[in-house]
Each structure stands twice: as C-alpha cells, then as structure tokens.
Design a protein around this ligand. Structure first.
Ligand code: NDP
Length: 271
C-alpha cells in the first residue's frame, strides 16, 4: 500500500480524495489519497517526506504550485512552460513535477465539444489557473482577451505568454471584466470567484450561444454556472477540469489508465 497526498493550504474543501480513492478502489489498488495541509514554512519537510518508499506521489494546490518546482529533481515541459506544478510523481527514485491542469482543461472542453480555435475567448483571472487555461487556449488558436482585477497581474501574464506558447500569437488584456459579452463566444472564469457564492460576471447578461467554462470545482454549482444553464449556454463546470486533471495525474502515479466512470461517479454532481 502507498499513500498520495494533496499538499496545500487550505485543502479541507477538496473533492480529490473522494475521486482518487474511488479510482484506487475500482482497480483494486491498496493506495490511499489523503489531505496534507501544508503551511508555507513546512513545504520543504513535506516534499522530503514524499521521497519515502511508502509514498507514491502528490497533488499540489494553492499556495505552493509555483514554489514547489524548485524542491523537485525534475520538471516536465508542461509544468516548466506554465510555471506551476500540480502533480508530483516518481521515476527511479527521482521526484518529478508536472502540470495536468492545462490538459485537464483541454479534455473538459473537448468532452463538451467546445471548440476554441478561431473563437473570441474572454479569460477572467491572471493567477495559476488562468495561466494553465491560457496555455491551452492560445496554443489552440483562440483569440484571447485576459481580464483581471489587478491590472499588473494581467500584464505579467501577458508578458509570460510568448515564452509559454511561442511568439506570434495575439491576445489582449482588459481590466476589469467588461459589462457586455457582445465581443465573445467563450467565457472562461479562472478567478477564485464562485468559491463562496460570488458571481464572476455579476450583472452581466449571458447569451445562449456563448459557452461558459468555470474552473471552480465545488459541490454546489457556482452562481455563474447556474445562470449559464438557465440562459441555455453550453456549460463546462470546474468538476470537468478537476476530473480530467485527476485522470492525467492518476496515470502519472500508477502507469495505468484511470477508471473515468468511477472517478466521475465519486464527484457530487454529474459533469
Ligand atoms: P490565484 O490566487 O493564483 O488567482 C486568483 C485569481 O482570482 C486572480 O486572478 C485574482 O485576481 C482573482 N480574484 C480573486 N478574488 C477576486 C475578487 N474578489 N474579484 C475579482 N477577482 C478576484 O489562484 P489560482 O489561479 O491558482 O486558482 C483560482 C481558482 O481555480 C481556485 O479556486 C482553484 O481552486 C481553481 N482551480 C480549479 C482547478 C480544477 O481542476 N477545477 C484547477 C486549478 C485551479 P487578482 O490578481 O486581482 O488578485
């Protein structure tokens, strides 16, 4: 039996233990996925603990995704590009860091047939989740506009994008979010708004031909997702991204194809 951890602070709200433990049970694997609340000053000690033989790997969440890479032995290309690690796995005794958020986001969109190539995408947020989403959207050829409360952070993301996705892609920045969505086909909420019942587009009307993507993975629907369903939009909620980043992490830890149906069934709503 081996243990896997979710390293972050806070972690208590996470749906990952239910989802990953359901996957281990479905395949008859004796592993356990556990929450490990990790204050910043304990990150080094916790990463050392991952080196023990009875630990298979970990997920990493706020606030350690950017910092943890410097404590690992090797960083995969995707995590290096995005500048954040969300999955730690082992190969030959070495601790390696990867980022499955960008691929999980891509898989969640694909599952709902949301095409972004050539489409006008409003990306709300400029933190780690927004970087993972931007990585996929811009490489796929979407016309992306980034809107963020703090303009400096939007600018910092814009400046990081050429190194992330290569030169020659065009995108814009706005601050704050627009009051009308006339110029957009797809909206991606990659802020933390919605975690505590906030509407990331409060007071902004939704059209049924817009696709709404929300990264917030909570047991209850966010106000934005609820409004989008009522408006008749195609909706990709945060559980879809959570599911697919978890599927990719499971494969890195075990080398096995993840039992998608069991993982989906362990989440609180169908995604
Ligand atoms: P960060 O702290 O790096 O970024 C938070 C973002 O939200 C920033 O753009 C911030 O704006 C914005 N924001 C926060 N509060 C407000 C507010 N009151 N008004 C306007 N904007 C606000 O977090 P991450 O990017 O790492 O994570 C964001 C969310 O994505 C989290 O809830 C996380 O759980 C979720 N997530 C979900 C995943 C999934 O699998 N579904 C995967 C990864 C993340 P500013 O820059 O102005 O502070």
């Amino acid at each position: 039996m081996a243990t896997l951890y979710l390293i972050g602070d806070p972690v208590a709200h996470s749906l990952s233990p239910a989802m990953q433990n359901a996957a281990f049970a479905a395949l008859g694997l004796p592993h356990r996925y556990e929450l490990l609340r990790t204050p910043a000053d304990e990150l080094g000690v916790v990463v050392d603990r991952l080196r023990r033989d009875d630990v298979l790997g970990a997920n990493v969440t706020i606030p350690h995704k950017e910092r943890v890479g410097s404590l690992l032995d090797q960083i995969e290309d995707t995590a290096r590009r995005i500048g954040a690690v969300n999955t730690i796995f082992k190969r030959g005794g070495a601790l390696r860091g990867d980022n499955t958020d960008s691929g999980g986001f891509a898989d969640a969109l694909a599952e709902k047939d949301v095409e972004v190539r050539g489409r006008r995408v409003l990306l709300l947020g400029a933190g780690g989740a927004a970087r993972a989403c931007a990585d996929h959207l811009i490489r796929e050829g979407a016309h992306v506009v980034i809107a963020n409360r703090t303009p400096e952070r939007a600018r910092a993301l814009a400046e990081a994008i050429p190194a992330m996705v290569g030169a020659g892609h065009s995108f814009g920045t706005l601050s704050p979010a627009p009051r009308s969505l006339d110029d957009y086909d797809v909206i991606v909420n990659a802020t933390s708004l919605g975690l505590h019942g906030e509407d990331a587009l409060d007071g902004v009307a939704l059209r049924p031909d817009i696709a709404i993507v929300d990264v917030i993975a909570t047991a209850a629907e966010t106000p934005l997702v609820r409004r989008a369903r009522e408006a008749g939009c195609v909706v990709v909620d945060g559980l879809g991204m959570l599911l697919h980043q978890g599927v990719r992490a499971f494969r890195l830890w075990t080398g096995l194809d993840a039992p998608l149906a069991a993982m989906r069934a362990a989440l609180p709503r169908s995604t």
